[in-house]
Design a protein around this ligand. Structure first.
Ligand SMILES: [Cu+2]
Ligand SMILES: [Zn+2]
Length: 204
């Protein structure tokens, strides 16, 4: 009896430990010599992430745009390391099955040196294994070749050249766990069970 009560108490405590916040929107600020902008990542109803915002300062053309592994800017964009790749894949196009999670392809700057971003990605996430929070978004000096050329770097980086600007992806909006009330009552159950166990032990 004593042992089974303890087991129940432990199981209840364990179940309530799974509660976590859900990030619904993130933002990165890019600032470099002559290049600046904001990038937002918003969770859509279907779970995909919509990338929005505006970056200015690049000559008209396509430029590689990725989520890199770390949010460490201690050595500029270099210390963000490589493309965020938790599944050990090759570099690819955003629509490829075999791609890095961080492979967001290219963004296009127009004749006013402006890139207005508005597209969705199905692989990056704001929670869980593919979570990009705390990592960095990096804008490159050349177009990403999507891993489709013979260049030795094609399957690693898309041969997108140097790193022009980068920013750490931070939390903007989030929701508290739905089970907030439930975990409070779980805690009371644990206290009640512990008390009952104590009383039961005294009576034996
Ligand atoms: Cu990159
Ligand atoms: Zn990549």
């Amino acid at each position: 009896m004593y042992k089974s009560l303890l087991f129940v108490a432990a199981a209840v405590a364990l179940a309530s430990a799974h509660d976590d916040i859900e990030v619904t929107r993130a933002i990165a600020i890019l600032k470099a010599d002559g290049v600046s902008g904001n990038v937002t990542f918003t969770r859509e109803a279907d779970g995909q992430i919509r990338i929005g915002g505006r970056i200015v300062g690049m000559k008209p053309g396509m430029y590689g745009f990725h989520v890199h592994e770390k949010g460490d800017l201690s050595n500029g964009c270099a210390s963000t390391l490589g493309h965020f790749n938790p599944n050990g894949n090759d570099h690819g196009h955003p629509h490829d099955e075999n791609r890095h999670v961080g492979d967001l392809g290219n963004i296009e700057f127009d004749s006013t040196q402006t890139a207005d971003l508005d597209f969705v990605d199905h692989l990056i996430k704001l929670n869980g294994r593919h979570n990009i929070i705390g990592r960095a978004v990096v804008l490159h000096s050349m177009a990403d070749d999507y891993g489709r050329t013979d260049h030795p770097d094609s399957k690693k980086t898309g041969n997108a050249g140097g790193r022009v600007a980068c920013g750490v992806i931070g939390i903007m909006d989030y929701t508290l766990p739905k089970s907030n009330a439930a975990s409070t009552s779980s805690a009371s159950v644990v206290v009640a069970l512990t008390f009952y166990t104590f009383v039961a032990a005294l009576m034996c």
